[in-house]
Design a protein around this ligand. Structure first.
Ligand code: NAD
Ligand code: UDP
Length: 323
């Protein structure tokens, strides 16, 4: 298959591009490089530098590439930033999504795998979260992902688009070549590992008064390689609709820090601070649908293995991609 990957210079996109190439597919990456890295694009893929907000740029790139399918990672993905600048999120994530849908319609490309998020569920009505839990986002980032799902659903009804919504829980870990280098970094695991590397003095725990056994937030940490594999399966199967992707295990912030201490053999000092606005107590996936319909089974469900892979990448790339 010839696959067109938007956002392929980013964290999950770079790992998925490599996995697609290894599976025998050819890949064109479309990325503005605004939040990604040229060095994160596998040399076997062709990189087209362009911005989804430019309707002509995505239309022309897609028409020229004539792919069999699109995997759509490109987006801004910081919850905090979306609360400060919602317009940026709607313009980039929703506007870019509409431009992509139109470009696909014009190029006659039907198959779409879209990076959605557990952030679309907001404070979930029940946990573990299956795909029937009502989506009620609590920040513009989550809302932008939900609106994209809506746009793609209407293109499904009207034009026969075949959209798959992969709703990731907390992506983490690395493969041997590509890892996580967000700037600024806001995610717990890379920040914890930066402390172990001596790049930060301590980790701050945001809130210890949540309704969880140790008072810190619980999340479902899923290896980026397992996410990448779900994209390969979604492309190879004739399916559409939503799939939650997580391990079904929840770990608290304190448990993650404790596991990172074991893996890195570093004390990782931690201090506590007030809650970060908009954090639900507990987000854990029910991924039965992905297992049954896609045949997906996480290969790396153990938190210490995930941390080990992220730590190995960090040790080899202490400055990230160094740009
Ligand atoms: P990332 O920031 O590392 O990668 C996103 C890439 O998209 C970057 O390379 C950036 O330059 C590119 N991009 C952004 N806007 C663009 C535009 N208008 N035109 C062209 N390129 C553009 O993000 P990530 O962590 O790899 O996440 C990938 C996707 O998965 C995002 O859509 C994100 O919302 C979603 N997601 C991520 C997580 C997570 O835990 N990281 C969880 C749920 C969902
Ligand atoms: N977190 C924290 N300190 C940090 C970064 C994150 O305590 O420096 C917490 C955060 O409040 C959340 C969990 O770690 O409960 C996971 O946060 P992350 O930003 O990694 O992912 P999110 O769940 O927001 O997608």
């Amino acid at each position: 298959m010839k696959v067109f990957v938007t956002g392929g210079a980013g964290y999950i996109g770079s790992v998925t591009t490599r996995r697609l190439l290894d599976a025998g597919h050819s890949v064109v990456v479309f990325d503005s490089l605004e939040r990604g890295h040229r060095a994160a694009v596998d040399a076997r893929a062709r990189l087209v530098a362009g911005d989804l907000r430019n309707a002509a740029a995505i239309r022309d790139a897609l028409a020229a590439a004539r792919p069999d399918a699109v995997v759509h990672f490109a987006a801004f993905a910081y919850v905090g930033e979306s609360m400060e600048n919602p317009g940026l999120y709607f313009a980039n994530n929703v506007g870019g999504g509409i431009n992509l849908a139109e470009a696909m319609r014009l190029a006659g490309v039907k198959k779409l795998v879209f990076s959605s998020s557990c952030a679309t569920y907001g404070h979930p009505e029940r946990v573990p979260i299956d795909e029937k839990v009502p989506q009620r986002p609590i920040n513009p980032y989550g809302e932008s992902k939900l609106q994209c799902e809506g746009v793609f659903r209407w293109y499904e009804r009207i034009y026969g688009l075949q959209p798959v919504f992969l709703r990731y829980f907390n992506a983490c870990g690395a493969d041997a070549r590509f890892g996580e280098d967000h700037r600024p970094e806001t995610h717990l695991i890379p920040l914890v590992l930066d402390v172990a590397l001596g790049r930060r003095p301590q980790i701050t725990i945001f809130g210890e008064d949540y309704a969880t056994p140790d008072g810190t937030c619980i999340r479902d940490y899923i290896h980026v390689l397992d996410l990448a594999q779900a994209h390969v399966l979604a492309l190879e199967k004739s399916v559409s609709g939503p799939f939650n992707l997580g391990n079904g295990d929840g770990y608290s912030v304190r448990e993650v820090i404790a596991a990172a201490r074991e893996v890195t053999r570093h004390a990782i000092p931690a201090v506590t601070a007030p809650r970060r606005p908009g954090d639900p107590d507990r987000l854990v996936a029910a991924s039965a649908q992905a297992r049954e319909v896609l045949g997906w089974k996480p290969e790396f469900p153990v938190l210490s293995d995930i941390l080990q892979s992220a730590w190995a990448w960090k040790c080899q790339h202490p400055q990230g991609y160094g740009e």
